[in-house]
Ligand binder design. Structure first.
Ligand code: NAD
Ligand code: UDP
Ligand code: UDP
Length: 339
């Protein structure tokens, strides 16, 4: 077996659709910050399974060791407990930068994590010549005045609102990323991720899909905020991971919307959860949070055209895939609450 340059190998695979005979791809050294979290841990699974050496950097603020424990003992896997707000020295080829709490209940100090954490990881990328991928968010579009949202839309964001630490934080992170690209020649990629769900989601972080699924399993009422007519587009996690990897390996900086264009009101989502878990589940209306975007749906034409990517798993197919994981984590070995 020859060991090929990874880029040459991937170009060959991409152009012929076949694995070059007699050539083994040189394993990459990849850092995943936030790799013990929901999205990060699924990404780590894919990277490890294709033979990369993966270093997870995580401070376990919202992530859990359990999400990556199945890799302990694998020489290609390393876990470092570290806050990305502090500098970090590593020698790597690629950096997937995910470290950032993604839910409103954990929004303390999120701006600092987005700004200082992203700066440090860009400094690391610059020093070692690594490629850097930022996981930004559809929240950069704020409460959008354009629907569906294209990457060219600049957004409608309140800079001092309760959500601003997150959405303005990610906007700054995008700016820093482009600064290091233009000013220091760092190879960068930007993904704008739309609402994503799946196994290993944080149980009690207040996001709508995890709330509804946990509530239905616990025989509690589904809490619909406001009138429930606001919309979101929900993407299954395996589709997102595929998009992130294609973006990292491809030649385009982005930003790219990565999301599922299927759009649902919160009441429609509640209905799908009822159909999937418990048709008897009740709905309870609660006041909505401040600055809640009224609608959100990605235009994914750019990712389709330039990354050859589109989501494959729709909500009705994806939701059952997270239910067994939630059931296990909520009830363990105990029996469910009797109906
Ligand atoms: P998550 O909370 O499950 O994962 C975030 C991980 O980052 C956790 O493991 C957490 O412990 C870690 N972390 C947080 N602050 C850190 C710090 N200062 N230093 C080191 N580690 C830190 O969230 P997720 O849903 O997996 O989100 C991953 C990324 O994707 C985030 O950057 C988020 O903003 C982005 N994103 C997610 C969604 C979504 O719907 N899940 C949507 C848009 C963007
Ligand atoms: N940094 C890091 N790891 C590295 C290189 C840099 O954490 O391997 C941090 C560094 O501490 C700094 C940030 O990244 O806070 C930006 O680094 P850069 O070299 O771009 O800026 P400077 O240090 O010149 O301000
Ligand atoms: N939401 C809801 N019930 C809940 C949690 C959230 O109706 O128990 C609503 C929330 O008001 C918002 C939508 O669901 O309109 C999506 O909220 P989430 O926090 O999951 O994502 P984001 O607002 O960041 O898109």
């Amino acid at each position: 077996w020859l060991t090929a340059n990874t880029r040459a190998y991937d170009v060959a695979v991409h152009s012929t659709g076949k694995i070059p005979l007699g050539i083994k791809r040189k394993a990459r050294r990849v850092v995943v910050t936030g790799g013990a979290g929901f999205v990060g841990s699924h990404l780590v699974d894919r990277l490890i399974s294709r033979g990369d050496s993966v270093i997870v950097v995580d401070n376990f603020f919202t992530g859990r060791k359990e999400n990556v424990m199945h890799h302990f003992g694998n020489p290609n896997f390393e876990l470092i407990r570290h806050d990305v707000v502090e500098p970090l020295l590593l020698e790597v080829d690629q950096i997937y930068h995910l470290a950032c709490p993604a839910s409103p209940v954990h929004y303390n100090f999120v701006h600092k994590t987005n700004v200082v954490g992203t700066l440090n990881m860009l400094g690391l990328a610059k020093r070692v010549g690594a490629r850097f991928l930022l996981t930004s968010t559809s929240e950069v579009y704020g409460d959008p005045l354009q629907h569906p949202q294209k990457e060219t839309y600049w957004g409608n964001v309140n800079p001092i609102g309760v959500r601003s630490c997150y959405d303005e934080g990610k906007r700054t992170a995008e700016t820093l990323t482009m600064d290091y690209h233009r000013g220091a020649g760092v190879e960068v990629r930007i993904a704008r991720i739309f609402n994503t769900y799946g196994p290993r989601m944080c149980l009690d972080d207040g996001r709508v899909v995890s709330n509804f699924v946990a509530q239905a399993l616990r025989k509690e009422a589904l809490t619909v905020y406001g009138d429930g007519k606001q919309t979101r587009s929900f993407q299954y996690v395996s589709d997102l991971v595929e998009g992130l990897m294609r973006l990292m390996e491809g030649e385009h900086v982005g930003p790219f919307n990565l999301g599922n264009p299927g759009e649902f009101t919160m009441l429609e989502l509640a209905k799908v959860v009822q159909e999937t878990i418990d048709p008897q589940a009740k709905i309870e209306y609660k006041p909505n949070t401040e600055d809640d975007p009224h609608m959100r749906k990605p235009d994914i034409s750019r990712a389709k055209e330039l990354l050859g990517w589109e989501p494959k798993v729709d909500l009705r197919k994806g939701l059952p895939l997270m239910v067994s994981d939630f059931r296990q984590r909520i009830f363990g070995d105990q029996k469910e609450v009797a109906t």
